[in-house]
Design a protein around this ligand. Structure first.
Ligand code: PRE
Length: 245
């Protein structure tokens, strides 16, 4: 059963995934033909082609039967061909209707990507698309994990939340969901993780001060502060508003 503590532990672990995915995407420059619909013979950009077909395989293999996973493809995906794993029914059923992947997608390509890749072209478009998808999936999982955080918070103190949920009082709910101290800790830890995970490791194992990091630690932490935390909180809020539907 998910608790607030175990949900936070999951968010902490997901930081590693996101930072590694950032590092992997920043190995490549922007590679703009990846996103150009006219570059392929399939009327899709390489990105759309890789995203849809990767997700189709994953969908067949059962990935999206897990409520933590939400696909990005705008076309319908084939059903799972594997026996259904009985994931715990922790969330309220309305959770399934909360999906902000469209917003995440737009934000990623318009605001995030240009911050940490060089505006260059090295021809590795398929690899670039795969790296984009991995990072998008990690970001989406983190943000939508707000459903689990919100449910855990609600279950630990239902009386604190119920009146504002029934009154649809967004402002009070947001206050109840916000812990400034926790947010500051997340942002600081992400910056440190980007330093530790993004350094060159050698046998002597000394952390090189002032060395070059594989992804700018201040960009990683800014990404959390400006987008990931506010959007996670927003998912928490939207989830709670549907908690009694
Ligand atoms: O840890 C929590 O309590 C959360 O709700 C998660 C989170 C986050 O996104 O990291 C969001 C809101 C809180 O203000 C603190 C942190």
């Amino acid at each position: 059963e998910t608790t607030v503590a175990s949900a936070r532990a999951s968010l902490v672990r997901q930081e590693d995934t996101i930072i590694f995915a950032l590092i992997e995407r920043s190995r490549f420059p922007l590679n703009s033909p990846t996103y150009n619909q006219n570059y392929t013979s399939v009327q899709d950009s390489i990105l759309d082609f890789v995203v849809h077909n990767t997700e189709a395989v994953q969908s067949k293999a059962g990935r999206y039967t897990n409520p933590e996973e939400i696909p990005f493809s705008t076309k319908s995906l084939p059903p799972s061909v594997v026996p259904h794993c009985p994931f715990s029914q922790f969330l309220h059923p309305a959770a399934a209707s909360i999906n902000i992947n469209k917003d995440i997608w737009k934000l990623y390509f318009s605001d995030l990507l240009p911050l940490f890749v060089a505006s260059d072209d090295d021809g590795n478009y398929a690899q670039t698309a795969a790296a984009d998808l991995t990072l998008l999936q990690a970001i989406s999982r983190r943000i939508h994990y707000g459903k689990f955080v919100a449910e855990a918070k609600f279950r630990e103190n239902p009386k604190a939340f119920e009146p504002s949920i029934r009154a649809k009082d967004r402002e009070t709910l947001l206050k109840l969901l916000t812990l400034k101290k926790v947010e500051e800790m997340v942002v600081k830890r992400v910056e440190k993780k980007a330093m530790v995970l993004g350094q060159d490791v050698n046998i002597d194992n000394d952390i090189k001060k002032g060395g070059k990091y594989k992804v700018d630690p201040s960009i990683a932490s800014m990404l959390y502060q400006k987008w990931l935390i506010p959007l996670t909180k927003n998912v928490e809020l939207e989830y709670l508003l549907k908690r009694f539907e």
